[in-house]
Design a protein around this ligand. Structure first.
Ligand SMILES: C[S@@+](CC[C@H](N)C(=O)[O-])C[C@H]1O[C@@H](n2cnc3c(N)ncnc32)[C@H](O)[C@@H]1O
Length: 386
């Protein structure tokens, strides 16, 4: 099938079935479902837990951003390849000088747009309208009082300003159905006690989704890692929170499973900083040791240097190409070395090996389980017989 014929397959179910089939035959039959693009790595927040700009990190990365002409080419390729969704991320997306053009372009090409932004800026009506091109915005909250917000994100930040913008966007959502607001909370040893108040705020404001991210540590941020006592308090907090009903979907259950089965603090491994990834302090294993990983057939990742990374943005596993050197569609559809890595991952990876040890911090465990069931089903194998 030519790539332009792929854009004519509009049924998302058929597109997903083609991706499952890609995982089975071992080469892509359609573009990824979603392409996550880090348009810029600069950010005006200084989140304590941020692996790039935390005050605990000594060498902050040099500012890099994507050339907008090249990015436009990627958007056109994606539309042609049958990509459903573009996910714009940073750094801080709105620090990218061309973010408004990018939002409009993705919208005009008919792909679903989602983006990450902290919402901590003066937003005039044009800015708000542009933000509303997105189907969903993920806003990183991670604190619940003005004082702790400044401690978590940096002293120049303002929770009041974020809430004001969020409320204006929620009012737009109530009128036109978007942007949906997904709040995220990165849980670490300072802010975990604020989880109940955060859930209450999300409930009061009727946000669309709540997502918890368990804190991923780097060696330099080790003072933010939980001790046993804090982990046990967090388990209680999550258990209590799970007893309540919420008007939005959330992933507290995933957090609960991770806290119960993630081998917390059992096998701590520190990885040195390299050119391809920051340093890591792996203090849990979200996979339980082994996982069948299919996300590479569904999600594409492009970083601010133009590197296409597979199977996910766990940077050191496979550098599949660079959009400054090859078209994105060629990197995707003509790339035996990348397919070899995706096939290896689909068959199952062990996090005790050097190559895949960073997968201990996997955020895709539930989705990979779902993909695994679909692959088995498509092969005619019963899930419990695997
Ligand atoms: C690179 S950040 C920047 C996106 C955007 N500026 C924001 O504030 O959300 C992308 C996401 O990674 C998450 N993140 C950053 N550092 C993390 C860490 N150490 N552990 C887990 N998640 C982290 C944040 O929640 C953030 O939503």
């Amino acid at each position: 099938m030519t790539t332009s014929a792929l854009s004519k397959i509009t049924d998302p179910g058929v597109r997903d079935a083609l991706r499952i089939k890609s995982a089975i035959v071992g080469r892509p039959l359609i573009g990824p479902k979603s392409v996550n693009i880090h348009v810029i790595n600069s950010c005006n927040y200084r989140c304590q837990f941020c692996w790039y700009f935390s005050p605990h990190v000594k060498d902050h990365p040099k500012g890099k951003m994507l050339d907008y002409k090249v990015l436009e080419g990627v958007f056109r390729d994606c539309q042609e390849m049958g990509v459903d969704e573009i996910n714009l991320e940073g750094g801080e997306t709105t620090v990218y000088p061309y973010w408004m053009d990018a939002f409009r372009e993705v919208h005009d090409l008919g792909m679903r747009l989602i983006a990450y932004t902290h919402l901590d800026y003066e937003a005039d009506i044009e800015k708000l309208r542009t933000l509303a091109y997105a189907e969903q915005l993920t806003v990183n909250f991670s604190a619940m009082t003005e004082e702790s917000f400044k401690r978590v994100h940096g002293k120049h930040t303002s929770m009041t300003r974020v809430l004001k913008n969020m409320d204006r966007l929620l009012a737009i959502r109530d009128k036109i159905g978007k942007p949906k607001i997904r709040l995220s909370f990165v849980v670490y040893n300072y802010n975990y006690k604020e989880v109940p108040a955060f859930l209450e705020m999300a409930q009061q404001r009727k946000v669309d989704q709540v997502m918890f991210r368990f804190f991923k540590a780097t060696e330099e941020m080790k003072e933010l890692v939980f001790n046993e006592q804090e982990l046990s308090e967090l388990r209680d907090i999550v258990e209590t929170a799970l007893k309540k009903e919420y008007c939005f979907p959330h992933d507290l259950k995933t957090l609960q499973n991770l806290l119960a089965n993630g081998q917390m603090l059992e096998k701590i491994v520190a990885l040195q900083h390299t050119e391809n990834h920051n340093d890591r302090l792996l203090f849990y294993d979200a996979t339980g040791g082994k996982t069948n990983c299919y996300v590479g057939w569904f999600y594409g990742h492009i970083d601010e240097k133009g590197r296409v990374i597979a199977p996910c943005d766990n940077v050191s596993v496979c550098m599949a190409g660079n959009i400054y050197e090859r078209r994105f569609k060629d990197i995707w559809f003509d790339n035996q070395p990348m397919w070899d890595v995706l096939n290896e991952a689909s068959k199952g990876i062990h996090t005790c090996t050097n190559k895949w040890q960073q997968c201990r911090y996997c955020s895709y465990v539930p989705i990979n389980k779902y993909f695994h069931e679909r692959v088995l089903h498509a092969k005619g194998i019963k899930a419990d017989a695997s």
